[in-house]
Design a protein around this ligand. Structure first.
Ligand SMILES: C[S@@+](CC[C@H](N)C(=O)[O-])C[C@H]1O[C@@H](n2cnc3c(N)ncnc32)[C@H](O)[C@@H]1O
Length: 397
């Protein structure tokens, strides 16, 4: 079969007897032999058996695990073509809802070694990533998307005697490492040896500090952030810094800002450098403890942070905010948040999204009152199908 195009999940699309068929790790214009793995009424899934004639767009993937690993989708095309795909994807998703969008695209400084966090599975002493949609593990020694300090830690973690579980490795731009383990096994960790090999800051096992600290510090955009082991932080520091700058550029000195889903207070503090006041809401308690510390250490006293579910909190807050930042998880905004936004009608909404489908769903609901003043695509997750999008929404005149 011939691969026609990519779908929104980065899978190749071809047709067998006119039925749409999805195949991983193929490239548009490849001629391939495939084996059907799932036959449904409306679609098939298939796996690649052989490339009969490679597409002119195809390049060799640098990563030795690429053909099996579910971690990324696009190392077999050029970085420029991944960006072209991402821009077309966003424009198409919006145009299906009859919305024209002209996003500014912010590319990564390097599409490799950018991630400051990876989560690896451990299965029967083997450590790696799952093959897409399975629980079969691809054992790895390194991940080309991860920071080199993270990759230096992987062979060391293999000596910990973990039989089954999950290991998250986080680092900052100084190559300091925080290791977070969830496992019921008896661990064997030689701290002196580890410290001779990596800049180890701490180890957390089953939510308890096992060694050192349970958080990392990161400095970005002239702000210092403390990030606890279970708090969210943007995974790509170069792109995150551009995101923070865009937030800062869209705040004025008279603004009263509400930051929903504020994490450790990154966007709140960027806003607080200019705004009159900022209130951040976040559901993870340690993230709010970090945000309160981060506000103090950066001398931004015009801020308040509250632990709460964003949807519950917005119904209780006095509606004296003229700008609202929202940066929700992939599920997007709740119906209640949309209803309150339509009721209190802030002058502007800055919507930061990691899922364009829920973004367009939510914007469609807001579009009776709001226009898109500016839009951005940020390549936060290079070589994967994921895209970070920002919409700056202003009230219709
Ligand atoms: C995409 S992150 C954004 C964090 C922050 N804006 C940043 O840039 O670092 C989403 C955040 O929403 C938080 N979150 C998830 N569900 C939530 C809810 N129902 N209410 C409040 N916060 C929530 C997560 O813990 C996470 O910190």
């Amino acid at each position: 079969m011939k691969i026609e195009r990519f779908d929104d999940l980065g899978r190749g699309i071809g047709y067998i007897n006119n039925k749409v068929t999805f195949i991983d790790k193929v490239v548009p214009e490849d001629i391939v032999e495939v084996e059907l793995t799932k036959e449904k009424k409306k679609y098939n899934e298939a796996k690649l058996i052989k490339i009969i004639k490679p597409s002119p767009l195809r390049i060799d993937a640098k990563c030795p695990y690429f053909s099996k690993c579910g971690g990324c989708q696009f190392q077999n095309i050029t970085y420029e073509n991944t960006i072209k795909y991402k821009k077309e994807k966003i424009v198409n998703i919006f145009s299906k809802h009859k919305i024209s969008i002209f996003p500014e695209v912010i590319t990564n400084i390097s599409p490799y070694n950018y991630r400051n966090k990876i989560t690896l599975k451990v299965n029967n002493y083997k450590i790696g990533f799952y093959i897409n949609k399975t629980h079969n593990l691809v054992e790895i020694n390194k991940c080309l998307l991860a920071n080199p300090a993270i990759n230096a830690s992987i062979p060391l973690i293999k000596r910990f005697n973990i039989c089954n579980g999950e290991v998250t490795i986080r680092c900052n731009q100084n190559a300091e490492i925080l290791i977070v383990i969830n496992s019921q096994d008896n661990l064997n960790i030689d701290i002196t040896y580890l410290k001779s090999k990596i800049k180890l800051v701490g180890i957390v096992v089953n939510n308890k500090t096992y060694y050192g600290e349970n958080s990392l510090f990161e400095r970005m955009n002239n702000l210092l952030f403390k990030i606890s082991y279970d708090s969210f932080f943007q995974v790509n520091p170069f792109i995150a810094s551009r995101l923070f700058q865009i937030i800062g550029d869209n705040i004025d000195s008279s603004d009263k800002v509400l930051d929903l889903y504020c994490g450790v207070g990154t966007l709140s503090l960027m806003a607080a450098k200019k705004a009159q006041k900022v209130l951040g809401i976040e559901v993870v308690p340690n993230a709010i403890i970090n945000a309160l510390f981060n506000a103090r250490v950066n001398d931004l006293n015009n801020t308040q942070f509250v632990i709460n579910d964003a949807s519950t909190a917005i119904s209780k807050i006095k509606p004296d905010f003229n700008k609202i930042i929202v940066d929700p998880p992939r599920s997007g905004l709740t119906k209640n948040i949309i209803d309150v936004l339509l009721k209190i009608k802030p002058d502007a909404i800055i919507y930061v999204s990691c899922d364009p489908q829920t973004l367009v769903r939510d914007f469609t609901l807001l579009s009776s009152i709001y226009d898109i003043k500016k839009s951005y695509i940020l390549d936060m997750f290079s070589y994967t199908y994921h895209i970070e999008t920002i919409l700056i929404l202003t009230k219709k005149t």
